[in-house]
Design a protein around this ligand. Structure first.
Ligand SMILES: Cc1ncc(COP(=O)(O)O)c(C=O)c1O
Length: 390
């Protein structure tokens, strides 16, 4: 495989709920959730059953033909998406969901310019990358798609100044994930909505990481009662199978005409069967509510750690999308936590990020906290003594 992933020295072979096991049988509490994909827990029995059944009926069916399972999924999907967002394009990843949103905005408005936020992450294909902020992702691939610009986040006036007669859309993550788990100040997303209405510009929310219950609501925009014109989803929507979803108001999505956008795997029956089961599980197990409740518990425990360890600068997040900002590079914390049986993510250089399955149990959160407590203590001592920490 191309050497583009920063590999961790572990071979994972099995998972159940919020636990995974490596090839030697060692158990880990998975607070990465495969980068937010395993939101229902690893190998949820309802997903396994749905995939097994559908695999025996029909695995592939190009979207040039109708398919019963795709129809069923689309109906379930638009029954949970914010009101009015009821026309969907199905793809295979978050970046693709964003690509479709960008093309749709340009086609609908007849204008080229997309305004994104400094610190944003929208994926790494050329269009999505043009909206992504971090120069380490962008610079090796210049020139990117023209007419993208970035403005300081959480500042309505800066967005207002940036809008021109060429602006098609504003693209924003309701809570920035890769950018350090940053929740916007109250009023920012409402302000964007009002500004977009006033200037006749589309509002696109990238809910690839925040969507599907993760933050304690089905979609993070619901925390602020703001409905975008276009919304991007991906990661957990098909219970672990690859999917991207771009959902928009019908009046907007109809701007894309036959042939103007497509992908071979769009809405494959196998993926749609898994996604139907995923929506059922999300609603039946009340996982958004669970994320809200456990998020409060987890965050309070992280704040206790902040009180105990001077190297912790800040605890941020909503529901089970949490981040802990450390006063230095977190790579050692990731590796040492793994040695002790807890998998965590980074978000930029200095933030430890938690995207656990929403089915995680309190006792598993406690395990993660006690491991982090020990690792932070070790790191703190090493820094105080001025010694290398490994
Ligand atoms: C907010 C957001 N948008 C888009 C993407 C890109 O998704 P993918 O990696 O599936 O292309 C990600 C991935 O982490 C993301 O967090």
């Amino acid at each position: 495989m191309a050497n583009v992933f920063a590999k961790r020295p572990v071979v994972l072979t099995r998972g159940k709920g919020a636990l995974v096991w490596d090839i030697n049988g060692k158990e880990y509490v998975d607070c990465t959730g495969s980068y937010g994909v395993a939101l229902l827990g690893h190998s949820h029995p309802k997903i396994v059953e749905a995939v097994q059944k559908q695999a025996e009926r029909l695995i592939s069916c190009h979207a040039g033909f109708y398919n019963d399972m795709r129809t069923k999924f689309l109906q379930k999907l638009v029954s949970i998406t914010p009101k009015g967002l009821d026309k969907a394009f199905l793809s295979n990843s978050g970046a693709e969901a964003v690509e479709c949103a960008i093309k749709l905005a340009r086609k609908f408005s007849g204008k080229p310019e997309i305004i994104a936020m400094m610190g944003a992450f929208h994926g790494k294909t050329m269009g999505a990358l043009s909206a992504t902020w971090d120069k380490k992702y962008r610079e090796p691939f210049m020139p990117l798609v023209p007419e993208f610009k970035h403005v300081p986040p959480d500042n309505i006036e800066k967005v207002r100044e940036a809008i021109t007669e060429k602006t098609a859309a504003i693209l924003v993550e309701p809570i920035r994930g890769e950018g350090g788990v940053r929740v916007p100040p109250n009023g920012f997303l409402q302000g964007l909505r009002e500004l977009c209405n006033e200037k006749n510009v589309l509002l696109i929310f990238d809910e690839v990481q925040t969507g599907f219950g993760r933050t304690g609501k089905l979609f993070a925009c619901e925390h602020w009662n703001v409905t975008p014109d276009v919304m991007c989803l991906a990661k957990p929507v098909a219970g672990g199978l690859p999917i991207g979803v771009t959902v928009a108001k019908e009046s907007i999505m109809s701007a894309l005409k036959v042939g103007e956008h497509s992908t071979t795997f769009s809405g494959s029956p196998l993926v749609c069967a898994a996604a139907c089961a995923a929506i059922d599980v999300l609603l039946e197990e009340k996982l958004a509510e669970r994320a809200a409740e456990l998020g409060v518990y987890f965050k309070a425990k992280l704040e206790d750690l902040q009180a105990r360890h001077r190297i912790v600068k800040e605890v941020r997040g909503l529901g089970l999308m949490l981040g802990v900002e450390i006063r230095f590079d977190v790579l050692n914390i990731l590796l040492k936590s793994m040695e002790r049986g807890v998998l965590v993510l980074d978000a930029g250089k200095t933030v430890v990020r938690f995207l656990p399955p929403l089915v995680i149990e309190k006792s598993q959160i406690d395990t993660a906290i006690s491991v982090l407590d020990a690792v932070l203590g070790e790191e703190e001592n090493a820094r105080l003594l001025g010694a290398p920490s490994n």
